[in-house]
Structure formats: structure tokens, C-alpha cells
Design a protein around this ligand. Structure first.
Ligand code: PBG
Length: 319
């Protein structure tokens, strides 16, 4: 008996096609069913307005979710860091596969590292989180850099450096790796310098909540540690009442003693985009075994960060 192909809704960008293609292959293997890619054009792909003005990267997610809700596709793959922290009741995060390198990287002219950038270097990034942390590092190391807001897909961003319009751009390692362009990287930024976005480097596989058999099949691709980590990171973001374009970084990892995993550590940062103030804190707790426990870790850190004035650093919001 041949079952009908599973329809995977995807954006048409090179990154989306790469990550959907990789997940499609994994889904074929665990379900034994064919998977076909269904291209969805989103408002964010066609609009020339700045992403921040049209509501951040959530616009990319919204169109894929609409296609799921209308049953035009069976499942979708998102970059987890682009997902809003609120989950619609009709949809489930069926799987969060094992996360790739969560770090941000620098792509600079002449093979330059971040610490090696000359004074006045023009560094492209539209991310308030990256701006805040890069500017904070520069200030504390006696450097002066100029952050320049940019947008566009990964190739466009790298192009600013190749064409000599910018000295460097900052991107996520995971995206470059998925489209096979890691060779462009001139500096992998330590997470001690730039804490990544909550969920960075992880994918989210989403399907309709009523499709329980598909959700169960997709769940085979879930990595419990990645899920616990990104759940804690996103719970921190939600408890700070911040969105995906807020100057908030978060990263959860496991602390091990030799081979034995002891605890989960969650680090968080929030700052002003000029880097003059950063609130940076970390907490540790038992490795979460449930979603509730992972969320509690994130909320706990948020409470501490708010007590240190985090809310006042997040701009845009009414206080
Ligand atoms: N904001 C855009 C975006 N959303 C997801 C990725 C790729 C990295 C990931 O999946 O975390 C990127 C590009 C980037 O930040 O360089």
C-alpha cells in the first residue's frame, strides 16, 4: 500500500529550502512515506519594509501557520528563534531536532576577527541583541565600531562585505552551515561575548494538533535536551515580555562532571543597543524533565533579570 505524500510547507529562501529539505529526508526515514515540498510565499518575502516595522520575523512564521490551519500542508519547519513564544492551540511543536552550533559568527573583509576590526569599522546587523552585545564588547575593549542596520537573506548580507560596503556582517553559524557557506566565516563569536537569540540554531517542526498520528511520527525527530534548553530560553524571553526582535540573548546548556550530566545552566542577557548597559545573569538547576520544569528555569532567571532592571533596557515597550 502506498500512502499519499506528506506535504511540507516551506518558504522559498535558500535557507528555508535547505532546512526543509533536510527535515523532509529525516521524515521520509522515520515514516517511510514520501514527502513533497509545498512553497508558500510570505508577506515578509515580498515586502521591502523593514522587518521590525511589519512585526519582525514572525511574519514568515504566520504564513506557514495559516497554510497548516487551512490544511494546505501537513507540517512545516521553522527556525525556532523566529517563532513567537505563544503557541496557538490548534498547532503543536511536534519535534525540536538536535540543535546545531548556536553561535553567532563574523564574516569580515580580509579575514578579520571581531577583536581585530579597525577603529570605526562598519559592522552590519539589524539585530538589537547583536548590536547591544557587540557595542558592549567594543566599549569595554577600547574599540569603536559602527553598527549598521541591514536586512535581506544570507547571500545579500554576505554580499555587503564582498562588495566592500561594510567591513563585516554578523550572522548565525547554523544558517550558514545549513546552506553550506561556513567557509565564509572569519570569526566564531564566543557565547561569552555574544549570547545567541533564544532558540538559535534549533529547528521547530510543527503540525496540526488534531493530526495526532503525524505528531507522534514526527516526535521521533525530537531531541529532549534541545527541547528542554530552548523551552527554558523561550520561557525567559516570554517572562521578560520581549519579542524576537528585542535585545535579549539566552542560551541553556548542560553542565557535566565527566560523563555525568549534572545540571542545566541558563544564561541570559538584555541590554541597550548602544552597549552602554547590559544585564547579564545565569542560573543553574536540575536538568528539566518536563516542559513545566524547563519553563520554570526560564521564569526564575527572568525574575532575577527584572530585579536588576532588565525591563528598562528593552526600549519600545511601555514600562
Ligand atoms: N533572523 C533570521 C534567521 N532566522 C534563522 C536564521 C538561521 C539561524 C537559526 O536557525 O538559528 C537566521 C539568519 C541569521 O540570524 O543569521
Amino acid at each position: 500500500m502506498t500512502e499519499r505524500a506528506l506535504r511540507l510547507g516551506t518558504r522559498r529562501s535558500k535557507l528555508a529550502m535547505a532546512q526543509s529539505g533536510q527535515v523532509a529526508e529525516a521524515v521520509r526515514q522515520v515514516t517511510g512515506r514520501p514527502v513533497e515540498l509545498v512553497e508558500i510565499t510570505t508577506y515578509g518575502d515580498t515586502s521591502r519594509e523593514h522587518l521590525a516595522q511589519i512585526g519582525g520575523t514572525g511574519v514568515f512564521v504566520a504564513a506557514l501557520r495559516d497554510a497548516l490551519l487551512r490544511d494546505e500542508v501537513d507540517f512545516a519547519v521553522h527556525s525556532l528563534k523566529d517563532l513567537p513564544t505563544t503557541q496557538p492551540d490548534e498547532l503543536v511543536l511536534a519535534a525540536v531536532p538536535r540543535r546545531e552550533d548556536p553561535r553567532d559568527v563574523l564574516i569580515a573583509r580580509d579575514g578579520l576577527t571581531f577583536a581585530g576590526l579597525p577603529d570605526g569599522a562598519r559592522v552590519g546587523t539589524g539585530s538589537p541583541r547583536r548590536m547591544a552585545q557587540l557595542n558592549a564588547y567594543a566599549r569595554s575593549h577600547g574599540m569603536t565600531i559602527q553598527t549598521v542596520p541591514i536586512r535581506g537573506n544570507i547571500d545579500t548580507r554576505i554580499g555587503y562585505v564582498h562588495k566592500g560596503e561594510l567591513d563585516a556582517v554578523v550572522l548565525a553559524a547554523a544558517g550558514l552551515s545549513r546552506i553550506g557557506r561556513t567557509d565564509e566565516v572569519t570569526d566564531f563569536l564566543s557565547v561569552d561575548t555574544v549570547l545567541p537569540a533564544p532558540g538559535q540554531g534549533a529547528l521547530a517542526i510543527e503540525c496540526a494538533a488534531h493530526n495526532a498520528s503525524l505528531a507522534a511520527a514526527l516526535a521521533e525527530l525530537d531531541d529532549p535536551f534541545t527541547r528542554a534548553a530552548v523551552t527554558a530560553e523561550r520561557s525567559l524571553l516570554a517572562a521578560l515580555e520581549a519579542g524576537c526582535s528585542a535585545p535579549v540573548g539566552a542560551l541553556a546548556d548542560l553542565l557535566a562532571d565527566g560523563q555525568i550530566v549534572k545540571e542545566m545552566r541558563l544564561r541570559g542577557v538584555v541590554g541597550t543597543t548602544d552597549g552602554s548597559t547590559l544585564v547579564q545573569l545565569s542560573t543553574t538547576g536540575p536538568v528539566p524533565e518536563t516542559e513545566t520544569q524547563a519553563m520554570a528555569l526560564g521564569r526564575e532567571l527572568a525574575v532575577e533579570m527584572l530585579a536588576k532592571g532588565a525591563a528598562g533596557l528593552m526600549g519600545e515597550r511601555a514600562l
